[in-house]
Design a binder for this molecule. Structure first.
Ligand SMILES: Nc1ncnc2c1ncn2[C@@H]1O[C@H](COP(=O)(O)OP(=O)(O)OP(=O)(O)O)[C@@H](O)[C@H]1O
Length: 213
């Protein structure tokens, strides 16, 4: 009896692993804050509204009216989230205004199982941690043409205080250094002219999209 149950469990595990590995490869978009990741993603979603999926994050914050567990977020406790992070179940986690947030590996796999290309807009730490999983992602670095232009775009975006701007530009240096290492990314898109940068991103994902249709 126990053997049968174990065998069944093993079969189920193998099946789900096959489904995920046969599914569309997740695409990781990384790059310094202000590089243009959101801008490029918005264009991609507008052109291919059904091809992509976003993973549902975990959060320790309380649900707002109308929010549903498993739709906007997986609402959880700090204790459980910390436990999951320690167990290596999360590809990234962070603290924002007193609450913890995280992206679990499982949440990415759920998107793949639904047959969608999971898009991950993450930082360098997230890139490193996705590399340590079997998610078989493709890694794209969005690079601003120059550091000066990155600063200008961040300033013109009008979303940052002087302090948060400094912090983002400091972090950007590390992002550039990591991107310069051989093998850190599969593709680099230089976001100088937006239309050209989008054409480059489109070409990267087009093959995956055509396989889905
Ligand atoms: N090719 C481009 N030419 C000029 N401006 C651009 C270009 N790409 C993006 N921008 C502008 O630069 C600013 C930063 O872009 P965006 O918000 O997409 O960056 P991001 O990488 O998503 O940043 P964050 O990680 O902080 O969310 C935005 O105001 C955007 O409109």
């Amino acid at each position: 009896m126990l053997r049968t149950v174990l065998q069944q469990t093993r079969t189920l595990v193998t099946m789900s692993a096959t489904t995920v590995s046969a599914g569309p490869r997740p695409i990781v978009l990384a790059g310094p804050s202000g590089a243009g990741k959101s801008t490029l993603l918005k264009k991609l979603m507008a052109e291919f509204p059904n091809a992509f999926g976003f993973s549902i994050s975990h959060t320790t914050r309380k649900p707002r009216p109308g929010e549903e567990h498993g739709r906007e977020y997986w609402f959880t406790t700090r204790e459980d989230l910390i436990r999951g992070v320690a167990a290596g179940e999360f590809i990234e986690s962070a603290e924002f205004s007193g609450n913890m947030y995280g992206t679990s590996k499982r949440a990415v796999e759920d998107v793949v199982r639904r047959g969608k290309i999971c898009v991950l807009d993450i930082d360098m730490q997230g890139v490193k941690s996705v590399k340590n999983t079997d998610l078989n992602a493709r890694f794209v670095f969005v690079q601003p043409p120059t550091f000066e232009l990155l600063e200008k775009r961040l300033r013109d975006r009008n979303t940052e205080t002087e302090e948060s701007l400094r912090k983002r530009l400091d972090t950007a240096k590390g992002e550039f250094e990591y991107a310069a290492l051989p093998g850190s990314y599969d593709f680099t898109i230089i976001n100088d002219n937006l239309d050209q940068a989008y054409a480059d991103l489109r070409a990267i994902v087009l093959e995956d999209i055509s396989k889905m249709q």
